[in-house]
Design a protein around this ligand. Structure first.
Ligand code: S3P
Length: 445
C-alpha cells in the first residue's frame, strides 16, 4: 500500500455489549515463516489458515520471485513447492515488502545464504526503519550489501554468500526478526550457527525449523535469555502447517470486550505460545476475565479458545522483561489502561520507536487527543486511568495498522466518538477487522 493512496477515515462510537464467537485471522509471524520455510524445503508444504493480509502476500510474491512455486488452493489454503536450502534463483526485479518489516528482514536472512543478488524495498514506513541490525550479522556470515542509505535504510542490494560462515551471534536487542534472519542464513552454512539473546523473543522460527526437519536446540541463557543453535545444511522437507489465530490480532476484540459494558466474546484457536501472551497475563493482572478452554497444539504451537467478558480494570506496572512477549500489544494495552482505575506504567519500550511508526509517541498522541493523561518518560509509557475516556479526538495513524485498530477499539467505549484518519493499513494484518468488529456489535462508520 502506498502512502499516496487516498486515505479512508472511520469513526468509532460507543456501542452496546459486544457478543459472539469469532476467529481472527492466522498468525502473521507464522504465516511469513511457513511461506519462507516452504520455499526453502524440498517437496510440497501445505498451509491452512494462512493470513491473507498484504504483509504476508508480499512475502508470498517474494518467494515466487526467488523461484518457489506458491499457489493459493482455497480460502486461506496455500501450497508451496520449494527449491531446497541455498537454492533460491536471482529475482528479475526488486523485492517489494510493502509495510512489512518481518517479511523483509526474514527474507534478507534467507537470501544471505544463497549466492544471488536481490534488491530489497518497501513503502515509506518500511524505508524509514533500521536494517543495520539485520545486515551486521549477515555481513559477518559473508553477505555483502550496497546502496544503503544513511542509517542502513531501504532500498538496498544484498548479495548472499557463496560460502556462508556459521556464526555465534549475541543479538543487541531482543528481536525475533534478527534471530530469525541469522538462523535462516545459517541454514546454508556448514556447522552450527548460534544466536544468543538476553531476553527470549518469539520462537516460531525455531519451532517451525524443527517441524521441517532441521536440528535446533534452545537452552536457557541467564535469567531471561536463550541460546539457540542450528545445525547447518539440513535437508528441509515440505510439511503441513496449520496456522493458529493471531494473538496480536485477537488483542483488539479482547480489549474491546473488556471495556464495553456487558460484553461476552469468544475467540477460537488463538495461539497461546508463552512468548506471545504477555498481554493476556497483563490484562489478567489488571482484573480481566479471560477464560481459556479447548487447549491443543499443532507443530509445537499451542492454541486455545478464549472467552472474554467485560471487566473492571485497575492500573498495573508492566516490567520491561515482559516486552518481547507483547511488543506489538502495547498500543491496545494503553487503551485498556485508559479505561482502568489507576495508573499503568509500561517500562522498557525503546523498541516501540522503530516499528511501523514511532509507536511510543503515536500511542501517547492517540490517548492525549482523546482526553487521557499520558506521559512518555524515557522509554516508559505512563497512562493515568480514570475509568472512562472522554474521546472526541482525531487519531493520526502514521501508516500503522495497530494504531488504527487500537483507536477504533477505544471509540467502542469512549464518551464521544473517536475518529481515525486512515484505515487502509489495517489490511496489512487484519483485512476483515472492520466487518468482524461490526459483527460483534461495534459501531464503525
Ligand atoms: C516479529 C517480531 C517482532 C514483532 C513483529 C513480528 C516476527 O519484531 O514486532 O511484528 O514475526 O519475528 P522484533 O523481533 O523486531 O521485535
Amino acid at each position: 500500500m502506498a502512502h499516496s493512496d487516498p486515505q479512508t477515515p472511520l469513526e468509532s462510537r460507543s456501542c452496546g455489549p459486544l457478543a459472539g464467537k469469532v476467529r481472527v485471522p492466522g498468525d502473521k509471524s507464522i504465516s511469513h515463516r511457513a511461506l519462507i520455510l516452504g520455499a526453502l524445503a524440498v517437496g510440497e508444504t501445505r498451509i491452512s489458515g494462512l493470513l491473507e493480509g498484504e504483509d504476508v502476500l508480499n512475502t508470498a510474491k517474494s518467494m515466487r520471485a526467488l523461484g518457489a512455486r506458491v499457489e493459493r488452493t482455497g480460502p486461506f489454503a496455500w501450497s508451496v513447492s520449494g527449491v531446497g536450502v541455498g537454492g533460491f534463483a536471482e529475482p528479475a526485479a526488486a523485492l517489494d515488502f510493502g509495510n512489512s518489516g518481518t517479511g523483509c528482514r526474514l527474507v534478507m536472512g534467507a537470501v544471505a545464504g544463497c549466492p544471488i543478488t536481490a534488491v530489497f524495498d518497501g513503502d515509506s514506513s518500511l524505508r524509514s526503519r533500521p536494517m543495520r541490525r539485520i545486515l551486521d550479522p549477515l555481513e559477518l556470515m559473508g553477505a555483502r550489501t550496497r546502496d544503503i542509505r544513511e542509517g542502513g535504510r531501504l532500498p538496498l542490494t544484498l548479495s548472499g554468500a557463496r560460502y556462508p560462515v556459521p556464526l555465534v551471534y549475541k543479538t543487541p536487542v531482543a528481536s525475533a526478526q534478527i534471530k530469525s534472519a541469522v538462523l535462516l542464513a545459517g541454514l546454508s552454512a556448514p556447522g552450527v550457527t548460534t544466536v544468543i539473546e538476553q531476553e527470549a523473543s518469539r520462537d516460531h522460527t525455531e519451532l517451525m525449523l524443527r517441524h521441517f526437519g532441521a536440528e535446533v536446540s534452545s537452552v536457557k541463557e541467564g535469567s531471561h535469555g536463550r541460546r539457540i543453535s542450528l545445525q547447518g545444511e539440513p535437508e528441509l522437507h515440505g510439511a503441513a502447517v496449520v496456522v493458529p489465530a493471531d494473538p496480536s490480532s485477537a488483542a483488539f476484540p479482547i480489549v474491546a470486550a473488556l471495556i464495553v459494558e456487558g460484553s461476552d466474546v469468544v475467540l477460537s484457536d488463538v495461539m497461546t505460545n508463552p512468548l506471545r501472551t504477555g498481554l493476556f497475563a497483563t490484562l489478567r493482572e489488571m482484573g480481566a476475565s479471560i477464560e481459556e478452554s479447548d487447549a491443543r497444539g499443532d507443530a509445537g504451537e499451542p492454541m486455545a479458545q478464549l472467552r472474554v467478558r467485560h471487566s473492571k480494570l485497575r492500573g498495573v506496572e508492566v516490567p520491561p522483561e515482559r516486552a518481547p512477549s507483547m511488543i506489538d500489544e502495547y498500543l491496545v494495552l494503553a487503551v485498556a489502561a485508559s479505561f482502568a482505575e489507576g495508573t499503568t506504567i509500561m517500562r522498557g519500550l525503546k523498541e516501540l520507536r522503530v516499528k511501523e511508526s514511532d509507536r511510543l509517541e503515536a500511542t501517547a498522541d492517540m490517548l492525549r487527543v482523546n482526553g487521557v493523561n499520558v506521559e512518555v518518560s524515557g522509554d516508559d509509557l505512563i497512562v493515568e486511568g480514570r475509568g472512562h475516556v472522554p474521546g472526541g479526538g482525531l487519531v493520526a495513524t502514521h501508516m500503522d495498522h495497530r494504531i488504527a485498530m487500537s483507536a477504533l477499539v477505544m471509540g467502542c467505549a469512549s464518551d464521544k466518538p473517536v475518529k481515525v484518519d486512515d484505515t487502509a493499513f489495517i489490511a496489512t494484518s487484519f483485512p476483515d477487522f472492520i466487518p468482524m468488529m461490526r459483527s460483534l456489535g461495534a459501531e464503525l462508520s
